[in-house]
Design a protein around this ligand. Structure first.
Ligand SMILES: *Cc1c(COP(=O)(O)O)cnc(C)c1O
Length: 435
């Protein structure tokens, strides 16, 4: 049997990690197993997962009900093609998604990942206008600081600066970028916040198929919370100018912000909605794009007659069965009050960070807690520091944040916020002599 060090060495040289160099220069920690909010490392250490495996495992790891749903489905079939065939898990999950999303969303397209759900949404919007004999409407309006995935169409609507577009300049479609919203979730709304969005829409609507953005929380593009009135007005402007609205709730969906979907803060329904990440409770990759009858009906009369997309592993039964159970689980307890408790604990326990010299801002919304620093963190040193404290977080840029599983206990959450305070305080001390 190979030693732990041999495993790490082989991994470093041959296994490509997310946003990593090859050979990998960043530390990686081999995992043996995971249970509840705990990650068991192969070296014997145990970590509390403060970011739910990239915001997915809202009910923790190895949940008996999700495992049971998976086992039951494996014994029937783990996969079957979706062209010309259908199955109970896909129908059940579709019914559930229609039930919990805003009423007008009635049609569900399944795929394997968030990025593809965004690609599907964008293709849907373009083909919709094509069906309506307006083929020049192919552009997209979005806002700066967004993140929608790593595939080409998704990349084209990510923040042009931190999305590193210049690398793929000739391949990525140029889209319309409004200024990022500045009015925070709690501040008083001011009309000027939507001005740039409105101006672009007025000027270019005849070339724009849809506006696309993350409602209320911009996630990987900066962990920014903004005013729901922005979303409400954007929706009204889209209607006024005959442009569709795509909301990307891949990060915010399924309760994370305190509402089942973040668009509920604004009381609006998009024309197209993308969900993913927490859909299967972090069990297995699954995403979906939902739309209205009006949009889907246009395809029947269009030239193609059908929507031109169909992934091989579309509506994978195993993923659908687990997602059905995950959503049943979510409805089986008072998750709203769970999120409220996490929110108030995060607010109370992260607030002291504000007085630290390295800290620019502290903000909390739902089960999302963010400590923004003045300077970027050094991943190579900060991640091992958190591991030393028994905490798994994945800071990026100037952001240290937590998005814990909903099942986290108060003492476990305190361990996370204490570690954040301690390490950010060390950053303060360490950087002082150098400046
Ligand atoms: C993570 C994320 C995506 C991309 O999802 P993948 O499953 O990584 O492809 C898209 N949009 C938002 C808002 C996300 O947070």
């Amino acid at each position: 049997m190979q030693s732990l060090q041999q495993l790490i060495d082989f991994d470093r040289l041959h296994v490509w990690h997310p946003y990593a160099a090859m050979p990998n220069l960043q530390p990686v920690f081999p995992v043996a197993s995971a249970q509840g909010v705990y990650i068991q490392l192969m070296d014997g250490r145990t970590l509390i997962d403060g970011i739910s495996s990239w915001w997915t495992c809202i009910h923790g790891y190895n949940h008996p009900r999700l495992n049971q749903a998976a086992h039951a489905q494996i014994d029937r079939m783990s996969h079957i093609m979706f062209g010309g065939l259908t199955h109970q898990p896909a129908v059940d999950l579709t019914r559930k998604l229609i039930e919990i999303t805003p009423a007008a969303l009635q049609q569900v397209f399944f795929c394997d990942s968030g990025s593809v759900a965004v690609e599907v949404a964008m293709k849907m919007a373009v083909q919709y206008w094509y069906n309506r004999c307006l083929p020049q409407k192919q552009g997209f309006l979005t806002m700066r600081n967004g993140y929608h995935g790593d595939t080409f169409a998704a990349m084209s609507v990510c923040d042009p600066v931190n999305g590193m577009h210049h690398l793929f300049r000739n391949l990525v479609t140029q889209q319309y970028f409004a200024d990022a919203p500045q009015i925070t979730f709690e501040d008083d709304w001011q009309e000027r916040d939507i001005e740039s969005f409105a101006v672009l829409l007025a000027a270019h609507h005849d070339r724009i198929a849809a506006a696309i953005f993350e409602p209320v929380v911009q996630n990987a593009g900066g962990m920014r919370f903004y005013h729901p009135e922005y979303v409400r007005q954007a929706k009204a402007l889209c209607e006024q100018y005959d442009v569709l609205l795509i909301l990307d709730e891949i990060a915010t969906g399924f309760g994370r912000t305190g509402k089942m979907f973040a668009c509920e803060h604004a009381g609006i329904c998009p024309d197209i909605l993308c969900v993913g990440k927490a859909l299967s409770g972090g069990f297995i990759s699954l995403a979906a794009t939902l739309t209205t009858r009006e949009i889907s009906a246009s395809f029947a009369v269009g030239e193609a007659g059908v929507f031109m997309h169909g992934p091989t592993f579309m509506a994978n039964p195993l993923a659908c069965a687990v997602a059905v159970e995950n959503l049943a689980l979510l409805e089986s307890y008072d998750w709203q009050s769970t999120i409220r408790s996490i929110e108030s604990q995060l607010k109370a326990e992260l607030e002291p960070c504000r007085s630290l010299a390295a800290v620019k801002d502290v903000r909390v919304l739902g089960a999302i807690g963010v400590v923004e620093l003045h300077d970027p963190v050094d991943m190579q040193t900060i991640q091992p520091c958190f591991v030393e404290e028994g905490i798994w977080l994945r800071p990026f840029g100037r952001l240290i944040y937590t998005m814990p599983p909903y099942i986290i206990q108060p003492a476990e959450l305190t361990a996370i916020t204490k570690a954040i305070y301690k390490i950010v305080a060390q950053i303060t001390t360490n950087s002082e002599p150098q400046k």
